[in-house]
Design a protein around this ligand. Structure first.
Ligand code: AR6
Length: 168
């Protein structure tokens, strides 16, 4: 991993090659960061998503960014938290790994992630942050990855887990 950093902010404002969307399996748009991305990208994003025929949990599919500053949107449905015994950690790891793969396939150098699954999908924040950081660190490609945290609690959790990961 070339470079990793954590910031507070709104992912729709990011001037990067690709932003990742915490989507649903229908890729139909929704609330949270998904809603914000669809609003900022404009109606062409809805149209492009409809043509993709949905996306299984943990997989990732790509569209253009349309009116966003980012060139691409990588849509990945993270897992809904059901208590932790339905493969949620593995599925969340898959979301990060497959999104990073799509970025490389599309010649992206800079990628921004939101905190996948920790909003409406209720995945425990620190556990999600640990998984996200592990997958990003392990990914073998010279990418510049930014974790964009929308609120201070999320920002603090990712900072904590990043510090712990560096001490290991
Ligand atoms: N920039 C960055 N992060 C954001 C933004 C933003 N503009 N807006 C919200 N977040 P969530 P999930 C943060 O609920 O848990 C949708 O309906 C938010 O504070 O967006 O994966 C989809 O269609 C939280 O930290 O995603 C799915 O049905 C993080 O993004 C479902 O929600 C993720 O919260 C997906 O739920």
């Amino acid at each position: 991993m070339a470079h990793f950093n954590i910031i507070k902010g709104d992912i729709t404002q990011m001037h990067v090659d690709a932003i990742v969307n915490a989507a649903n399996t229908a890729l139909s748009g929704g609330g949270g960061v998904d809603g914000a991305i669809h609003r900022a990208a404009g109606p062409q994003l809805d149209e492009a998503c409809r043509k993709l025929n949905g996306c299984p949990t943990g997989e990732a599919k790509v569209t253009p960014g349309f009116n966003l500053p980012a060139k691409f949107v990588i849509h990945t449905p993270g897992p809904i938290w059901h208590g932790g015994h339905q493969n949620e950690p593995e599925l969340l790891a898959n979301s990060y790994r497959n999104s990073l793969k799509r970025a490389v396939e599309n010649d992206c150098h800079t990628v921004a992630f939101p905190s996948i699954s920790t909003g409406i999908f209720d995945f425990p924040l620190n556990q999600a942050a640990k998984i996200a950081i592990h997958e990003i660190q392990m990914f073998e490609a010279p990418l510049d990855v930014t974790m964009v945290c929308f609120d201070p609690v999320t920002f603090d959790a990712y900072q904590q887990e990043w510090q712990k990961a560096q001490q290991r």
